[in-house]
Design a protein around this ligand. Structure first.
Ligand code: UGY
Ligand code: MN
Length: 260
């Protein structure tokens, strides 16, 4: 790196970006490279599309900065689409259809297809949210429903029996739901028990700490604010680095369905 500092006009922001894009395999997005997208109906919002079908995902993830009085009056979630909003920072008024919720940091609302998700930032402060949408895979005899809660009030569960890797599940483990959302947290030095290779896809937004991630056997450093898409069967595992802070991320995972 040091030679770059002697290059006349060297701009660190132009020459260094940790993002990696391996379409249909995995994607790491460094927040320094994110750009704003215009999404109809999102007012006073900076919207970035993270994962989408263009990189091989069956879902769309967004990072949304909602400025004072930012809102989406059209509602989020078209016909047949399920949605989730997770509040990374600040507070936000959210409606699932006609039902209203006041979310604080860590709050989430899941809407099944047929229920639109609306939000409005009345806090006067900037708020940051993670949004997800995906075509719902209906199973005869089962009806998904609105689920809301706050991750900060949920109990940690040992992940696969490990003492130093903990998980929280947002949605009930019921066949009505074809996906789930989790927060996975690693104590300093902790790691997955093995390199996972599985059918479900993930979109993961890093909430705290730093770690090393094995993505299809490429080891990449990741930290708070990064985003990773992991496609079906993409090899994946990580360990937390640092001494104090836990390494954690919120992520989606499709589940409860046969392969069609
Ligand atoms: O649930 C999972 O598959 C999760 N442990 N995967 C991951 O963290 N990459
Ligand atoms: Mn996994």
């Amino acid at each position: 790196m040091s030679y770059l500092n002697n290059v006349v006009g060297y701009r660190k922001d132009l020459l260094t970006n940790r993002s990696v894009v391996k379409k249909d395999n995995y994607v790491l997005l460094d927040p320094d490279g994110l750009v704003k997208n215009v999404i109809p109906g999102f007012e006073n919002c900076d919207v970035t599309v993270l994962a989408s079908p263009k990189i091989g995902a069956s879902f769309v993830d967004y990072l949304v900065t909602i400025h004072a009085d930012g809102k989406n009056e059209r509602g989020f979630g078209e016909e047949g689409i399920e949605t989730l909003l997770y509040l990374i920072e600040g507070s936000l008024e959210v409606k699932a259809g006609e039902q209203s919720y006041s979310l604080t940091q860590g709050g989430f609302v899941y809407c099944p297809p047929g229920t639109k998700l609306y939000f409005q930032n009345k806090s006067g402060k900037v708020t940051k949210a993670f949004l997800y949408k995906r075509r719902y895979d209906r199973l005869e005899g089962y009806e998904p429903y609105v689920v809301t809660g706050n991750a900060n009030e949920m109990e940690w569960i040992k992940y696969e029996g490990m003492e130093d890797v903990l998980i929280k599940d947002f949605l009930p483990k019921e066949l009505a739901f074809d996906c789930n959302f989790h927060i996975l947290s690693f104590k300093p030095g902790a790691s997955h028990g093995y390199i996972e290779t599985h059918l479900p896809e993930h979109g993961a937004y890093f909430l705290s700490g730093q770690g090393m991630y094995n993505l299809d056997n490429d080891w990449v450093p990741v930290q708070k604010g990064d985003y990773i898409f992991m496609s079906a069967y993409s090899l994946q595992a990580c360990y937390a680095v640092g001494r104090d802070e836990e390494f954690s991320y919120v992520y989606s995972k499709d589940c409860n369905r046969d392969v069609s």
